[in-house]
Write a new protein. Structure first.
Lengths: 191, 97
């Protein structure tokens, strides 16, 4: 039988060995930030290609993000397998972003049915609330600040409806996802 | 007042299993094997004992044609771990004085 000190040491050692690893989350942020920025740049640079037909722009903005979702699902499952465990924090984040993906899909489909071509402000607002929630939960200020900046930016769009939504996407997603994602990737919380 | 200590958790392998499961939502057999530094057979026996006492849940499934065991802690397991931890802390305090 182990002594009480040894038992406490066992508990402490085992709990400390199960680290919170936020690097996969940062990879998700960098991936999505880059994808949306690159897609927006392509759309902005060669609109004649993206808007070739009535529905090509819609297909461009639904098929590629859905492929992106598929990629991130496979990536996250793979990471989970490699680690061998899932912490409560990772589970909460997974649920939050799962709901975000579902909401995004519902917004795109309902916008299409209602004849709205550009649900960008609504999606960015949803993204900002999800980023703020994530930032608070993981206690990582750059993501929280990124989410707040994106929310302020979304409010600004509502007062300036003539602003180019692609520029909005590039600035908003860079501030809200890409830069905080890079910051999280190199953060000390992952060491 | 001294509570009687949970004998099931006095075994170091079982204590390591419960300590791991208290800090994660779920984990697989291989991770537990690495953490407990025990053999496959011994780990299986200890998991079975914890399952019999309703301390943990064990889910068996197939992944790419390979069997996979996923473990998680039950409400009873959490409660028992908390009681155990409190008891050893109390013992330690009383022996120090």
């Amino acid at each position: 039988m182990k002594s009480k000190e040894e038992q406490i040491e066992i508990i402490s050692k085992v709990i400390n060995s199960t680290k919170e690893n936020l690097k996969p989350l940062s990879v998700n942020f960098i991936f999505w930030g880059s994808l949306i920025v690159v897609m927006s740049l392509i759309h902005y640079s060669i609109p004649q290609f993206v808007q070739y037909t009535e529905y090509s722009s819609l297909l461009f903005w639904t098929i590629l993000p859905m492929l992106g979702m598929l990629f991130t699902i496979v990536y996250n499952i793979k990471i989970r397998k490699v680690l061998g465990y899932e912490t409560y924090l990772n589970r909460v984040i997974k649920i939050i972003w799962g709901i975000f993906n579902l909401s995004w899909l519902v917004m795109v489909v309902t916008s299409l049915l209602n004849g709205i071509n550009n649900p960008v402000p609504e999606i960015l607002f949803l993204l900002s609330t999800t980023l703020i929630t994530t930032g608070i939960i993981i206690k990582f200020k750059p993501i929280l600040i990124g989410g707040i900046l994106l929310m302020l930016f979304t409010i600004y769009i509502n007062f300036n409806p003539n602003i180019n939504f692609l520029i909005v996407n590039i600035i908003g997603v860079s501030l809200g996802m890409l830069l905080p994602g890079i910051s999280l990737y190199f953060s000390k919380v992952n060491e | 007042m001294n509570k009687s200590i949970d004998k099931l958790l006095l075994n170091p392998i079982r204590l390591k299993i419960i300590s791991t499961l208290i800090s994660v939502s779920e984990c697989d057999f291989n991770y537990l094997k690495k953490i407990t530094e025990s053999t496959q057979g011994n780990l299986s026996i200890q998991l079975k004992k914890l399952k019999e006492h309703d301390y943990i849940n064990i889910e068996k499934k197939f992944e790419n044609n390979y069997p996979k065991t996923i473990c998680s802690i039950t409400k009873k397991g959490k409660l028992k771990f908390e009681e155990f931890f409190e008891t050893i802390l109390t013992y330690r305090k009383t022996t120090k004085h």
